[in-house]
Design a protein around this ligand. Structure first.
Ligand SMILES: [Zn+2]
Length: 238
């Protein structure tokens, strides 16, 4: 059996800096550049919800372990910088970007969220004035249309599951590696979500929901898996 060699990691003393070239793919409402690092078959994105900053920290740590030649993915560390600076799930206009995508089921009604699996979904946000009303949503769509990734992996917290409507090989491998349950739906309606939009475009999108645990435990568990994903050691297909 052919074993894939482990990726070459940069020395620990050099892991403080992000050395990969970044491209600006748009700007937030507050004018913060939206950045994507690297390029490849997979697009990995964190913090489309601004109150899920642990996803940014974990993805950044994996990225900072990798020399440029090992990176085989596009990586967005923060898809919603205005929300992260405010500590809010929504963006600067209180829009849930993950309900703002132009899908057949988008609706203008308020959307409700919860932060942990057993909470009640009772906090209201706007899905936007219309589908793709927000600059962060438009920029992401244009980036995906330009990069044409074979798969998109979007990190969230803290529902502790892998959600993959298409039950793709990638979703199954991530669930097995993360030892998280593989779901084909999250259990409540998500009109205007990026996942629904991707499905309607025929794109594979896997939602990676981290556990509700300490940031240190999240790093220990997920950074090695993210490194394998970023270096093509977890293929999009099987
Ligand atoms: Zn989320």
């Amino acid at each position: 059996m052919n074993r894939v060699a482990a990726p070459e990691l940069i020395p620990r003393r050099d892991r403080g800096a992000l050395r990969h070239p970044a491209k600006t793919y748009g700007k937030s409402i507050d004018g913060i550049p939206l950045l994507v690092y690297g390029t490849g078959e997979i697009l990995i994105l964190a913090s489309i919800h601004g109150d899920e900053a642990e996803t940014t920290v974990v993805v950044s740590e994996a990225l900072r372990c990798l020399p440029e030649r090992e990176l085989r993915a596009g990586v967005i560390l923060c898809a919603n910088p205005d929300g992260m600076l405010r500590g809010t799930r929504g963006n600067a206009r209180t829009v849930d970007l993950n309900r703002n995508f132009p899908t057949s089921n988008w609706a203008p009604d308020a959307v409700f969220y919860k932060t942990r699996a057993n909470d009640t979904r009772d906090i209201a946000l706007s899905p936007g004035e219309k589908p793709a009303s927000e600059p962060e949503t438009i920029a992401l769509i244009e980036l995906i249309e330009r990069l044409k990734p074979r798969a998109i992996v979007t990190l969230h917290a803290a529902l502790a599951c892998i959600d993959d409507a298409g039950h793709s090989p990638l979703g199954r491998q991530l669930a097995a590696r993360c030892e998280l349950p593989l779901l084909t739906e999250i259990g409540y309606p998500t009109p205007g979500s990026m996942g629904t939009w991707a499905g309607e475009q025929g794109l594979t999108l896997v939602t990676w929901e981290l556990e509700a645990t300490s940031l240190y435990d999240l790093k220990d568990h997920h950074v090695p898996i993210l490194i394998d994903l970023m270096t093509g050691r977890i293929p999009c297909t099987s």
